[in-house]
Design a protein around this ligand. Structure first.
Ligand SMILES: Nc1ncnc2c1ncn2[C@@H]1O[C@H](COP(=O)(O)OP(=O)(O)OP(=O)(O)O)[C@@H](O)[C@H]1O
Length: 487
């Protein structure tokens, strides 16, 4: 009877009227964010879904689970017709996930999903401007961050093993990528804990300070120079940085770049939120003269595949590299970190080291006692208090004198990881041996007319050793001479 007296149109109109009447006196207002906006996918819907996945886990009892393409992690989502409360700058909002059956399932040219999905946002009327001005932006930013974190990191390289014309791969792209799965984190990195915290805070600060960079008119980028002997963890530090920030890595092989303009093109093709790495910078480019070209024989530090007869020699100059890190082009993208590594900081041009280019210089040192404890924990599972005080004191007494790299410590520990006591015993013996040898070497160096410093003064000899391309071999020979003189 009701149906015949009140046709559907009339019922719908009166319901709308009642709704409107209540809304007039209600302190809430509502926003609908549908999955499909007309015929296009609504990006805001996806952003809200991701954003809520970060906060729904703790409070909801029923959640939907998803795993995206190229992702190894699972995200939680709000289930159908479920709701969740969120707060932002002291405003409380309610999100409801509304799913209804769609009436007509196809457009003339595009199939539509059977269900109509959307989020309804309920907010207090007095919070309207806050929500519209900042909350939705906050959601989009957070969603972007979650999306990045859930996706596997990528490691890009411009090295094509000698192939590829004009710096492009077969598909015309300057970078090739592989999934980046390096397990190094700041937790596993063996270095001074204070220095480590300082770096982590600096990185965090960098990522959260977009408005600071905008306000001060600086490009949103930061440079780190990692220097120290080989095997002290420079590459591990880069991996830890990428894992900590969730950034991709662009490993720039300078010897594969033919000119300054190619370098610029490579830079333009890097994405935001990435780390651009140049390893062993002192071996890749002449770093003493801004004007000179890389392939000029008297200036080149290495001859690896450069300046060949075909006339294909590299023509990157130091000023090209400086522009790369600090010029106008360096700003075509934001939130980027440049990391250079070197074993010989003294070989680098001061222009490259100044603040603004390399904002933070990090010395990766030989193993110290705190780093040794981290390695013992990583490799043998030793926690504070597991080792006797006597052993700890012995280790502490010799580790710095031994001048051993974390890489060498790792080797000893890996070799004996099934027998923890033996691992510590062997490590201690190795450290003692090295410490003793270093002490003897120091004494020999100090004595004029000794085996190693017969005619020259020590400083001069060391300087020559540093400049020598055979520095490592010479060091080894010196060690052998020490051993012989010991015998
Ligand atoms: N500080 C460290 N913390 C943890 N592991 C380390 C550390 N330093 C070195 N290692 C171990 O030694 C190996 C080599 O280290 P890594 O390649 O990071 O050194 P590097 O300083 O970059 O050396 P190079 O200058 O020769 O490139 C790593 O795989 C890692 O297992």
């Amino acid at each position: 009877l009701m149906n015949s007296v009140f046709p559907p149109e009339l019922r719908y109109a009166s319901l709308k009227l009642v709704n409107r009447f209540f809304q007039l006196f209600s302190s809430f207002c509502y926003f609908d964010i549908t999955e499909i906006d007309g015929v296009n996918t609504n990006e805001l819907y996806n952003a809200v879904q991701l954003y809520l996945s970060s906060s729904s886990v703790s409070s909801s009892t029923r959640l939907s689970l998803t795993r995206a393409l190229n992702s190894s992690s699972i995200t939680f989502g709000l289930s159908t017709n479920d709701s969740i409360v969120d707060t932002f700058n002291s405003a409380t909002v309610l999100w409801e996930h509304v799913v209804t059956q769609r009436q007509s399932q196809t457009f003339a040219w595009r199939p539509m999903p059977e269900e109509k999905r959307g989020f309804t946002l309920r907010i207090k009327k007095r919070d309207k401007s806050l929500i519209l001005d900042s909350y939705l932006d906050h959601i989009v930013d957070k969603a972007e961050e979650i999306r990045r974190r859930n996706q596997d990191r990528l490691l890009y390289t411009n090295s094509r093993g000698g192939g590829g014309g004009g710096g492009l791969d077969s598909r015309g792209l300057p970078w090739e990528s592989v999934p980046f799965k390096h397990p190094s984190t700041f937790e596993t990195l063996a270095m001074d804990p204070v220095k480590k915290r300082e770096i982590m805070e600096d990185l965090k600060d960098f990522t959260e300070c977009r408005s600071f960079y905008q306000r001060t008119g600086r490009a949103w980028k930061r440079g780190y120079l990692l220097h120290g002997p080989p095997g002290t963890g420079k590459s591990s530090m880069i991996a830890a940085m990428a894992n900590y920030l969730g950034y991709d890595i662009y490993d720039l092989e300078l010897t594969e770049v033919k000119s300054n303009s190619e370098l610029r093109k490579l830079l333009m093709k890097t994405s935001s939120k990435s780390i651009i790495v140049i390893e062993d910078i002192d071996c890749s480019i002449n770093l003493t003269n801004r004007g000179k070209k890389f392939n000029e024989p008297e200036m080149a530090l290495t001859g690896s595949g450069l300046g060949d007869e075909s006339g294909n020699g590299n023509t990157i100059t130091l000023s090209g590299l400086l522009n790369f890190t600090d010029g106008l082009w360096s700003c075509c993208g934001s939130e980027r970190i440049f990391v250079f590594t070197t074993n010989h900081i003294e070989k680098l041009d001061p222009a490259l080291l100044r603040s603004g280019r390399m904002d933070m210089h990090v010395y990766m040192s030989y193993c110290t006692f705190p780093s040794l404890k981290i390695l013992l924990r990583n490799y043998l599972g030793y926690e504070e208090g597991d080792l006797s005080d006597v052993v700890l004191r012995e280790l502490e007494g010799v580790v710095e004198k031994a001048e051993i790299t974390p890489a060498d410590v790792s080797e000893v520990l890996i070799k004996n990881r099934r027998d923890k006591e033996r691992a510590v015993r062997e490590l201690l013996e190795d450290l003692k041996r090295r410490a003793e040898r270093n002490e003897k070497k120091g004494k020999l160096r100090g004595q004029n007319g000794s085996v190693t410093v017969a005619d020259d003064d020590v400083e001069e000899q060391e300087k020559r050793a540093l400049d020598s391309p055979y520095a490592e071999e010479e060091e080894e020979i010196e060690d052998n001479i020490c051993k012989i003189s010991e015998d």
